[in-house]
Design a protein around this ligand. Structure first.
Ligand code: 5RP
Length: 220
């Protein structure tokens, strides 16, 4: 099975997590794109979606699914999104698709975060995948120096402007011994909008697709 087939299997398993008649939170990325394609088949059984990116919004609308403003939504039972890395503690690195800030906002509102991933995303410790950090453009150099003081090697993601008009620094070489502490340390740097460590708000469920099938995992 190739990686796309595994992503599709995880995404299809997530359709069973969608609550009938409720609003669904929708993440961003290639795995979520398979989820949106499946959601289109059950669009009459949901009350609409809130989206974590302009790209997902466009795909949802093209599938005939109503996209709602998060500010008008006070009950979001389920949010489905992918990850770049995830641990058995359900801590994740996200933001490979530069949508980390809106993803973190929708995840904060949701009662249940369902992560969809192929088996390659499960790791013992975060940090091999560089940690994305969304930064206000004028703070880019200052934040890069501070990230270096934290032990990382930041690299500007060239040619990328986020949906919020900001830039992304990808931080290599960070040893993520304590994901919550590192998330806090990066997020409190002035000029940082947010970072791609999702440890304060981990996933509740991981649907992990391997050639043997889709496993449904919860935090240790
Ligand atoms: C986007 C994300 C994605 O969830 C993450 O990059 C995984 O993407 P994919 O499903 O394409 O592997 O965080 O900002």
């Amino acid at each position: 099975m190739n990686q796309d087939a595994l992503k599709r299997a995880a995404a299809e398993a997530a359709l069973k997590e969608v609550l009938e008649g409720a609003i669904i939170g929708v993440g961003t990325g290639s795995t979520v794109n398979f989820f949106i394609d499946g959601l289109a088949q059950m669009r009459d059984r949901i009350a609409g979606a809130v989206s974590s990116s302009d790209a997902s919004t466009a795909r949802l609308k093209a599938a005939g699914i109503e996209v709602l403003d998060l500010n008008g939504v006070d009950d979001l039972p389920v949010y489905v999104d992918g990850a770049d890395e995830i641990t058995h503690h359900m801590h994740m690195t996200k933001g490979g698709g530069a949508a980390l800030t809106r993803e973190k906002i929708v995840a904060a509102v949701a009662k249940r975060f369902v992560c969809v991933a192929d088996g390659s995303k499960l790791v013992g410790r975060l940090g091999k995948f560089p940690i994305p950090v969304e930064v206000i453009p004028m703070a880019r150099s200052y934040v890069a120096r501070e990230l270096a003081r934290l032990g990382g090697k930041p690299a500007l993601r060239t040619g990328v402007v986020t949906d919020n008009g900001n830039v992304i620094l990808d931080v290599h070489n960070l040893d993520v011994l304590n994901a919550v502490e590192l998330e806090d340390a990066i997020t409190r740097l002035t000029g940082v909008v947010t970072c791609g460590i999702f440890a304060r708000r981990p996933a509740n469920v991981l649907l992990l697709a391997t050639p043997d099938g889709v496993q449904r995992l919860q935090a240790d």
